[in-house]
Each structure stands twice: as C-alpha cells, then as structure tokens.
Design a protein around this ligand. Structure first.
Ligand code: HEM
Length: 464
C-alpha cells in the first residue's frame, strides 16, 4: 500500500513539476500585447514538436491562434507569421528594424562578414560585390559557358547505370559553384574541400555547443580547414602572374571602392556563395527529375523544348545565352518544382527594437519566422495547388506576383536567382536530351525541415 502511495505522490509531483515548467516559460516571456500562442518547455520551447510535425504544427497553431502567433523554437522566442501581407511588409522593411535573424550556429560558422550577418551600408557593399559577380553580362559571357562545360562532363556516361539522383545533383551543385569560384585549382583541392564543406554545412544547423563531438564543434573546425584551403589559394594567386577569369580573381582584383572587400570579407563571401547556392540548386534539380518522371506530359514538353534547341546547333556545340532564353517551359518547370516541393519554407528575421506589427507588440531581439510555405499551396493563387502543373507559370505572370516569395523579397531578394535557374536549366538540358530514367523501388522523400531523400533517390538510366 505504501509503495502505491509513494508512486501516486511521485506521479503527482511529476505532473505539477511539468505543469510548473510549462507555465514558467509562458510567464517568463509574457508581455502585454504579444500575439497569442504557447512557449513550451524552458530552453527547448516547442522545437521538438515543430521539427517532428513540421507543416502540421504550423497549421494546428494557425487554426487555434490565427496567422500570427508566438512560440519558442530553435532556442529563441519566435513570432511566426503566416500572413502574406505581413510577410511582405517584413521582407520589404529591413530599414525599420527587421533584420535577418539566422541562428547563432549559422552566423558563427559562416563568419561575421557573411551577407546574412551584416546590415545597412555593410550589407549594401557586400551585396554589391556579390551582384557584380553574377550580373547579367557575367552570367552570359563567363558563367554560362563554364556551367555548360562542366555540366557536360558531370553528366556523361550515365547510361546503363543505376544512380542516386540526390548524390548526382548535390555533387553537381557544389562542383559547378566551385569551378566558378576557382577554376584552375578545383581539380586538385575539390575532394579535400568537399569533405570539410559537408561538415561545415551540418554545423550551421546545430545547437551552438562548442565541445568535442558535437556537430557544431565539427562544423567550426571544418570552417577553419575551409578557410585554410582558401587562404592558400589566395596567397598563390597573389604570387602568380597568370590571369584567371573566375570569381576569386574578380574579388581579389576589384578596384571599385564601392565593392572592394578585405581578405576576411572575401573568405566569408566565397563560403556564402557556396553555402547559399548549394542546397537550393541541388534539391530543386533532384525534385525536378522526380516530378518529370511522374508526369510524362511535362517530360515530353520539356524534351521537345530542348531537342528544338539542339536541332539548331551542331552536335557538340555548347549552349549560349539565346538558348537559355528559349528555355521558357524549363523555367516554368523550375518554378513549379520550387513551389510544390517548397525548397525554402521561409526566412528568419529579428527585431532590433520593440515594435508593433498587425496590432501586436513584438519585443526587441525576438525572432520572426516569415513562414511562406503555405502561400505555395494557396488555391486562389495556384488552382489545384497539389498538382504539378508547370503550365500555370506560362499562363499568368506569377513570377512577379506580390506574394511569390520563392526567392525571398525586398533588399534580400536572392542575388543568385538567375544563376541558380541557369544551372538547373542546363542540368535539365543535358539530362533530358541524353537519358531516359525510371525509378528503382519506392524511395522515401522528406519535405520538412528540408527536402531530402534519406536513402537516396535511385533511378536506372538508359540512353535516349
Ligand atoms: C533555386 C535556387 C535558389 C533559391 C530557391 C534561393 C532562395 C533564396 C531565398 C528565399 C533567399 C532570401 C533569404 C532571406 O531573405 O533571408 C535567398 C537569399 C540569398 N541567396 Fe539564394 N536561392 C537560390 C540560389 C542561389 C544561388 C545559386 C546563390 C549563389 C550563387 C544564392 C545566393 C544567395 C545569397 C547570397 C542570399 C542572401 C542575400 C542577402 O542577404 O542580401 N542563391 N535565396
């Protein structure tokens, strides 16, 4: 009997302790005028539920509290906005104290001069430097020919093989970006770089606990190795008389004072170019292959478009800017893939001062998760939103729609947008004109928090 009593008492104490802790986090962050919502456990907040339930977590919260609610996720009190109008306002008004709010782990590993960590005049300068590397004339004359050359090599001799598309597209995205940054050194240092870069990427999405064995610690060490490799290349370049035509050369030789960066800024810029273009380009390419496989009429139309382009050229002639401009349906496939797979769920901001938004008070230093995912499935904007229907992007000028945030918006609109689209379009060009493919088995795809095939996406490839 006594044992039962002790058990009941412990259960009751446990219950009150949990209840107290849940209440405590709510009380700790309570302020007058905040949006509705719950804050979960101390330290962890509602992170576990958010990561486990993903988009359903957001939908349940919206059903209960409306489109703007508070929570505590990824280590910080956070306002989630699923309101398209408010999201647009936040993206367009960085100057009113709504600056990027990426997690500490990402900022530590990507460096203090990385574009997402800087504001105002520093942001204008670093962004200006970035845009000068990827502006339309660079894209047309320097980057596109290089992408074409490397894509041909990357996608050769796949016939008769069973390949993992996820591996092919992630290697492709990193290699293509790497060749654009430092063309001649890439062959000798790429492998060592890739291994370190993978660890760096993982570290940016981890809890910032800097003790041996943690993902953050490994990421931090990987950053040091990556910088060592890059510093050596910069040193050699400075001592060499050879002229190169790649991004690193432009960064080192920049004379326009508006865009001139010091060495630390150049290093962070290079890491950021690789980091921000890598996953978006690779997952969009992988998902485009998946959707085209599942939708034969779209596959036929994209093949027709690319064979028409090839028909105007000699067999081994590289693609040029005019060919890219003729890839109208391909562009629609890329946008539809990005929408339906939701490669980017949203972006993070934080407040530099307390402010009022939509009638709520948002304290200084709180994160705002500008959650744009649901807009991608809005039936008014995209009828039959769950359907892969690239033609919708040809019918209406959806790309410039006020609520199309696939590439962000405002002063942080993706500067690599066109470069990313060119890369994916050229990838699709060589893949669909050279090969047929069929999926092997039913591979699992996860769409949240990032798009991935945990066991790979295997396809059997034959010559077209
Ligand atoms: C399909 C491909 C891509 C997608 C869907 C995409 C998406 C985005 C989004 C949503 C943002 C806004 C982030 C924010 O507001 O905080 C962004 C920013 C950015 N993207 Fe991309 N991106 C793509 C390709 C690329 C590529 C290829 C590069 C580099 C060559 C790149 C470089 C950047 C940079 C540097 C920023 C930060 C801009 C700033 O803070 O001013 N992106 N991208």
């Amino acid at each position: 009997m006594e044992i039962v009593m002790v058990g009941v008492c412990m259960l009751a104490m446990g219950f009150f302790l949990c209840f107290g802790l849940l209440k405590w986090n709510g009380i700790r962050y309570s302020r007058k005028g905040l949006p509705p919502g719950t804050m979960g456990w101390p330290v962890f907040g509602e992170t576990t539920e958010f990561l486990r339930q993903g988009p359903d977590f957001m939908k349940h919260k919206r059903a209960r509290y409306g489109s703007v609610f508070k929570s505590h996720i990824l280590g910080s009190p956070t306002i989630v906005s699923m309101d398209p109008e408010l999201n647009r306002y936040i993206l367009l008004n960085e100057g009113k104290g709504l600056v990027p709010g990426y997690p500490q782990s990402a900022l530590d590993i990507l460096g203090k001069s990385n574009i997402a960590a800087v504001h105002r005049s520093d942001h204008r300068r670093i962004r200006g430097s970035f845009l000068s590397l990827v502006n339309p004339s660079m894209l047309k004359d320097q980057l596109l020919p290089k992408i074409d050359k490397n894509m041909r090599m990357h996608l050769r001799d796949l016939q008769g093989k069973t390949i993992d598309i996820q591996t092919i597209t992630s290697d492709m995205a990193l290699l293509i970006a790497f060749k654009q940054i430092m063309e001649i050194e890439s062959d000798s240092i790429y492998e060592a770089f890739q291994a370190e870069f993978d660890k760096l990427m993982a570290g940016t999405l981890s809890l910032p606990i800097n003790i041996p064995g943690t993902t953050y610690h490994r990421g931090f060490l990987a950053r040091k190795s990556v910088l060592r490799i890059l510093r050596d290349v910069m040193e050699e370049r400075r001592n060499s008389l050879m002229k190169n035509y790649d991004m690193l050369e432009y960064l080192l030789k920049e004379e326009d004072p508006r865009y001139k960066l010091n060495d630390e800024e150049i290093l962070d810029q290079v890491v950021m170019i690789l980091y921000s273009g890598f996953e978006t380009v690779s997952t969009t390419s992988m998902m485009a292959i998946k959707y085209l496989h599942d939708h034969p009429s779209a596959l036929q139309e994209i093949r027709d478009e690319h064979f028409a382009i090839r028909g105007r050229k000699k067999p081994e002639e590289p693609l040029d800017w005019n060919d890219y401009k003729a890839m109208v349906f391909t562009r629609a496939v890329i946008f539809e893939t990005s929408r339906l797979a939701t490669v980017v769920n949203g972006v993070l901001r934080k407040t530099t001062e307390g402010m009022e938004l939509n009638g709520y008070f948002i304290p200084r230093g709180w994160r705002i998760y500008v959650y744009t995912r649901e807009i991608n499935y809005d039936p008014f904007l995209y009828p039959e939103p769950q359907k892969f229907y690239p033609w919708r992007w040809l019918e209406k000028s959806l790309e410039s729609h006020n609520y199309c945030f696939l590439f962000g918006g405002g002063s942080r609109l993706c500067p690599g947008k066109e470069l990313g689209i060119v890369t994916i379009a050229i990838f699709l060009h060589y893949f669909v004109t050279r090969y047929r493919w069929e999926e092997v088995g039913e591979e699992k795809l996860i769409k949240f928090p990032r798009v991935e095939a945990p066991n790979g996406l295997h396809v059997r490839v034959s010559k077209y």
